[in-house]
Design a binder for this molecule. Structure first.
Ligand SMILES: [Zn+2]
Length: 295
């Protein structure tokens, strides 16, 4: 019986930057890994020379996703087709076609789309962002909330969509590695900068990112799959993928940090504190009842 995993993220690049090596490991083990990508990433900052040969930013970013998918080996990708909302407070969040606007005005429709992807792909396990969307991006927050809601509704026969009800067994939040984050905050403080205003546009709040990281329940060894993660990230060249820092200390820390993927299990809730499992499919029941209703 094949194990199935659905990763529910917002932008073309979230999968490679966030979970590239991790996906590489599970695909290598024969798991069917599906990606839900809610937006086309068309607000990402892209330098003009990168756009050569593409008619739009969305087209470029989806081509980068296709490149990453070749390396990672997704079984299928489900695009919800929303426009990228840009960062919180920016004008782009007011575009009626963007995910954040739709999540504010039309949440039931967004949730229904996520439910339908779950019912089509029938994953045993789902991974999405944490409640802060990792780093506060409105699209990440919207897809997280829609995925949590969809996880509650998808097994309910009274909630009808084009596909038959199906209940995944586990839900996880991806977890930001905290070591580099703590060092970054400390470094900014020491050099007189405000860690709540990080990034080129000063719109990344490092302290809030750290405050929202929940305790890890699950540690997955991904050290052997670093190269796959690196190659998948390099596909997202327009977003800085493939750039390697010259700082040897940062390289060492990054290498150390990338040996394990930590996750927070949300459902079923962990029985105790600390790391409780080393495989997301632990205790997952693969023998399903006969699924004649499978559509
Ligand atoms: Zn993103």
């Amino acid at each position: 019986m094949t194990k199935r995993l659905l990763i529910s993220f917002a932008h073309p690049d979230d999968e490679s930057f966030g979970l590239g090596s991790f996906i590489g490991r599970y695909v290598a083990e024969g798991v069917e890994v599906y990606l839900l990508c809610a937006t086309n990433g068309d607000v990402g900052t892209v330098s003009p020379e990168m756009l050569n040969g593409y008619s739009s930013i969305a087209e470029l970013r989806l081509a980068e996703l296709a490149c990453a998918s070749q390396i990672l080996g997704f079984t299928d990708i489900h695009l919800l087709g929303y426009k990228d909302s840009g960062m919180m407070g920016s004008e782009t969040t007011q575009d009626p076609q963007c995910l954040w606007y739709q999540w504010q005005h039309n949440p039931d429709e967004v949730t229904r789309k996520v439910v339908d992807v779950i019912r089509q792909t029938r994953p045993h396990v789902i991974i999405t962002f944490n409640e802060y969307g990792g780093y506060g991006h409105p699209d990440h927050i919207a897809v997280q909330q829609a995925t949590v809601k969809a996880f509650e509704l998808t097994g309910d026969a009274a909630y009808t969509t084009a596909h038959a009800p199906y209940q995944p067994q586990k839900l996880y939040y991806n977890r930001f590695p905290t070591l580099l984050l703590r060092i970054g905050i400390l470094f900014m403080r020491l050099t007189g900068k405000d860690p709540r205003k990080a990034g080129v546009n000063e719109d990344i709040d490092l302290q809030a990112i750290l405050d929202h990281v929940q305790p890890a329940t699950t540690a997955i060894d991904i050290a052997a799959y670093r190269e796959i993660g690196r190659r998948a990230s390099a596909c997202h060249r327009s977003q800085g993928g493939g750039r390697i820092t010259n700082n040897p200390l940062l390289r060492l820390l990054g290498w150390w940090q990338s040996r394990k993927q930590l996750l927070t299990r949300v459902s079923p809730p962990p029985e105790r504190a600390g790391i409780i499992e080393h495989d997301i499919f632990e205790n997952v029941v693969l023998d399903e009842p006969t699924m004649e209703q499978r559509s």
